[in-house]
Design a protein around this ligand. Structure first.
Ligand SMILES: *[C@@H]1O[C@H](CO)[C@@H](O)[C@H](O)[C@H]1NC(C)=O
Ligand SMILES: *[C@@H]1O[C@H](CO)[C@@H](O)[C@H](O)[C@H]1NC(C)=O
Ligand SMILES: [Cu+2]
Length: 229
């Protein structure tokens, strides 16, 4: 319980403890901040979203009305999504994508169009320990599925911080949406498809959870299974 109190104090006192995901890494090159990522409302405050039902749970950009460029990337190659800090808090990561009907510029991402392409979960050990492989990473890197159809996509990262998640609405979501032009794709059928918001109620065992005591025996990653193509 001692370390739980310490984390709360650190969280409240250090704005630098919070983070955004403003850059993409394509072909080993890191983009400028907000070049290919829609500028989020928290670009300055870095504060999280906590209401999983709000419209801002999707891309967190209602206040910025961002115009963003689109980066071209080949299916089967690596995409990085970089943090402006590190993923400071204990928690997990999900990355979703959604295919735009035509140009992704200005496309909102409405409807059941989102599928998961990557996740970093927790490591449990029958109740003796729990660890968070995403914690302190400078960002995430994953492969755009080789069979993903060619076209334009939104790519949405959510880093879920769980240090204050033991009451409803306590989990903190750090969110960004980037714009991708995927080339050389295949004929895969991505799924399961979900709506965002809508994918979570906030009562999931991996979202409403006390990670400190008792130490969770198991951890259930929020959201659908990863589509790997
Ligand atoms: C997407 O990539 C194709 C193939 O390289 C290119 O012709 C097209 O202009 C690109 N579109 C955007 C929006 O970057
Ligand atoms: C652990 O597994 C049990 C049994 O399936 C489930 O009820 C519980 O919600 C899980 N706990 C977490 C934190 O995912
Ligand atoms: Cu915090």
């Amino acid at each position: 319980m001692k370390s739980f109190g310490l984390i709360l104090v650190l969280c409240a006192s250090l704005a630098s403890a919070h983070y955004t995901f403003p850059s993409l890494v394509v072909g080993g090159k890191t983009s400028a901040a907000w070049q290919y990522v829609r500028e989020t409302n928290n670009y300055n405050s870095q504060a999280p979203v906590t209401d999983v039902t709000s419209a801002d749970f999707r891309c967190y950009d209602s206040a910025t009305n961002p115009t963003t460029s689109t980066v071209t990337i080949a299916a089967g190659s690596q995409l990085g999504i970089e943090c402006d800090n590190t993923i400071y808090h204990p928690g997990v990561v999900n990355v979703y994508m959604a295919k735009a009907p035509s140009s992704v510029t200005g496309w909102a991402g409405d409807g059941a169009v989102w599928f998961k392409v990557y996740q970093i979960s927790a490591v449990t050990n029958g109740g003796t320990s729990i660890s968070w492989p995403a914690q302190n990473l400078p960002g995430v890197t994953f492969t755009i599925p080789k069979n993903l159809p060619t076209g334009q996509y939104l790519v949405r990262i959510e880093a879920i911080a769980l240090h204050t998640a033991s009451t409803y609405g306590g989990a903190q979501f750090y969110i960004s949406c980037g714009q991708l032009n995927v080339t050389g794709g295949g004929s895969g059928k991505p799924g399961p498809l979900v709506s965002i918001p809508g994918v979570y109620t906030g009562y999931e065992p991996g979202i409403l959870i006390n990670i400190n005591y008792p130490i969770p025996k198991n951890y259930t990653q929020p959201g659908p299974a990863v589509w790997s193509g």
